[in-house]
Design a protein around this ligand. Sequence first.
Ligand code: KG4
Ligand code: ZN
Length: 332
Amino acid sequence: MKILGIESTCDETGVAVVEDGRKILSNIIASSVEIQKRYGGVVPEIAAREQIKAIIPTLNAALEGMTNQDLDLIAVSSGPGLVGSLLVGVETAKALSAAWKKPLVPINHLIAHLYACWADNSKNLPSWPAIGLIVSGGHTDLILMKNHGKYLWLGGTLDDAAGEAFDKVARILGLSYPGGPEIERIARNFKFQILNFKLPRPLINSDDFDFSFSGLKTAVYNLVRKTTLSNQEISAIAYEFQEAITDVLSFKTLRACADFGAKSIIIGGGVAANLRLRQKISSLAANKNLAVFFPPVNLSVDNGAMIAIAAYYDFKPKDIRLVKSQPNLYFA
Ligand code: KG4
Ligand code: ZN
């Protein structure tokens, strides 16, 4: 079964074709991040206008060597996201569904981030129950996954999302957007001198699965606001900030695994690209015999392949027979 996946929730336009939920036949991503850099973050109006320019060329590139006859289903990211950006992908998908007479399914963008782990780079697949950690620019959530389509939200951020905290702290430190990769790069320059300060690990021991990162961001701001920092000091703060946020994310993920008897951990979202987070969760999980699944780094950021993969697992196979007879039915 070949599924066309369309993603347009924010500043990436992604279109992909995935076969049987794992084999990526094409995955094209256009991004307006270079334009957004000038503004230090995503400007929704600009993101939406760039989506309009990118959608058809991205679609054509993803379908190169194929025709619509090869496709069984169209899947589109239906939210959460910026409304102007979302409309571009959703309306394109609806038009294609009507013109090509293909069934259309809406996919939750956040759950799709977790499904990026099903891409064909790994032979193994997660066993249930699993704990899903979604860490993106706009969201931080812990999810109990009992099976495909059977999810229970355990907790999430009360204020800034993990990616948002990386982006805002990067801005405080004078680094460019997006902040996550910049903080990771600068933190590597810290050569383990003694740190003469410590940042908080908010809610690390709280009796719930919630997160809060705005106090951590303020703590960084209070450290830097009265002084001019040397490059070495900037890398020390970037290092300690990355340690603090990855400590909280990994500790609470492992606690959720213990509480719910999970067998696997599945991580998704842009912050899943962070190597320090990958190291910490992997080493904690190895001590507990838990399998850990990260998406390939290029599928950590927004892309169409994860939308197509999520559609395959959430709608197979009886649902697909149902939607095939009634195109557009599943679009709420
Ligand atoms: O999932 P994503 O591409 O878009 C949303 O759905 O929000 O995530 C983007 C976020 C940005 O905040 C970016 O700074 C963060 O992911 N990010 C990282 C890394 N790469 C991207 N954060 C930490 N370390 C990274 N290597
Ligand atoms: Zn995303």
